[in-house]
Design a protein around this ligand. Structure first.
Ligand code: NAG
Length: 341
């Protein structure tokens, strides 16, 4: 939750009369609010602010988040179709995980804080210090894996056998799991329903059943995957960043982030949404409240004569940089004032 944003609009009226802020700072602050509110993504009753873009060389696939650390794990597919498992640290640093064998995908057991790596050499556990240890060697190339919510069972999809195996008892007991034919993008929810994507169509194998069914209400041939949020909600996203919520075998459309060419999506512990597109991981920060209630562009533009003059004197880039730092300073002042009250 971004405290600064929430106070931003409540101070619009205050800044009109406050002598602490000079007119130049005032117009720049208003310009910043214009920028935020014109780009705010409203989905259902959630509000998202486009935040950061991490450029990557390739296509991010199968994104997962370790909620405790905020680390984002994904498979980076290069132009030459070479794959690496990478971790995008909370700090913004991107690191290739040098696991033995060819890294295919990841899965995070957030209950037990274990990150698993699927490789052509079996499954490994990844530790926060960057080291890893083998969890199970099955002699098959593991493409995808998922772990049940209580951590007791792992499902893995292997290639070229094109089958799903169920592993229990700490990697020792392995059995065929024929209910799911191949299992691309395997995901399991807290009720042990298993989701997977076949030819970009999402299916669910409901707990206790033996035949997977196509999820109703999702576009056929466009799905990127399913993600289970920290609050146990099941979300699906298609290639055009349309977000759906999935309940049992039915999905409901929530809204769009306005991004094309989505390859993978994930949500962190605070329900911030990460979207992987060719060349970048985009982040949309979730806001608990609408920071733009009462905002109308014309209202804030009444006093932009000086802003326009200012803009014409400087390059756009310079202006953006100046706006950020000045706005922060202004907001800090206001935070102090609000705390004093
Ligand atoms: C990331 O890529 C975008 C679009 O290609 C570019 O506009 C932006 O400057 C890049 N950002 C960084 C930090 O390199």
């Amino acid at each position: 939750m971004e405290k600064l944003l929430l106070i931003t609009l409540s101070i619009i009226t205050t800044i009109e009369s406050n002598p602490v802020i000079n007119p130049r700072q005032k117009v720049m602050l208003l310009a910043d609010i214009d920028q935020l509110c014109s780009k705010l993504v409203v989905i259902d009753n959630m509000f998202f602010k486009f935040d950061i873009q991490k450029n990557v060389s390739g296509i991010p696939a199968d994104m997962n988040v370790h909620w405790k650390t905020g680390n984002v794990f994904f498979t980076l597919i290069s132009e030459e179709m070479k794959m690496n498992i990478v971790v995008l640290h909370n700090s913004g640093e991107l690191e290739i995980i040098k696991v033995a064998g060819l890294g295919q995908s990841t899965s995070v057991d957030n209950l037990n804080d274990i990150v698993y790596l699927a490789t052509d050499n079996g499954v490994y556990k990844y530790k926060d210090d960057g080291s890893f240890e083998q969890y199970t060697a099955i002699g098959e190339d593991v493409m995808y894996l998922t772990v049940s919510a209580d951590g007791s069972a792992m499902f893995i999809a292997t290639w070229p056998q094109n089958r799903v195996l169920k592993i229990t008892n700490d990697g020792q007991k392995i059995e065929l799991f024929p209910a799911i034919p191949n299992g691309h993008g395997l995901t399991i929810d807290t009720r042990d329903n298993i989701y997977f994507v076949a030819t970009k169509t999402s299916y669910v194998l409901k707990n206790g059943e033996s035949i997977p069914i196509k999820i109703k209400g999702l576009p056929s041939n466009k799905m990127t995957g399913i993600f289970v949020s920290r609050s146990d909600a099941v979300y699906a996203m298609d290639e055009n960043s349309n977000l759906f919520i999935v309940n049992a075998e039915t999905a409901r459309y929530l809204g769009s982030f306005g991004i094309e060419g989505v390859n993978s999506f994930a949500m962190d512990a605070a329900d911030n949404v990460l979207i992987g597109v060719k060349g970048a991981v985009l982040k949309f920060t979730a806001l608990e409240q609408n920071p733009c209630i009462g905002y109308t562009k014309t209202e804030n533009q009444e006093d932009t004569t000086e802003y326009k003059r200012h803009k014409s004197r400087h390059s756009h880039r310079k202006h953006a940089r100046a706006t950020t730092s000045t706005t922060e300073a202004v907001e800090e002042e206001y935070e102090e004032e609000l705390e004093e009250e």
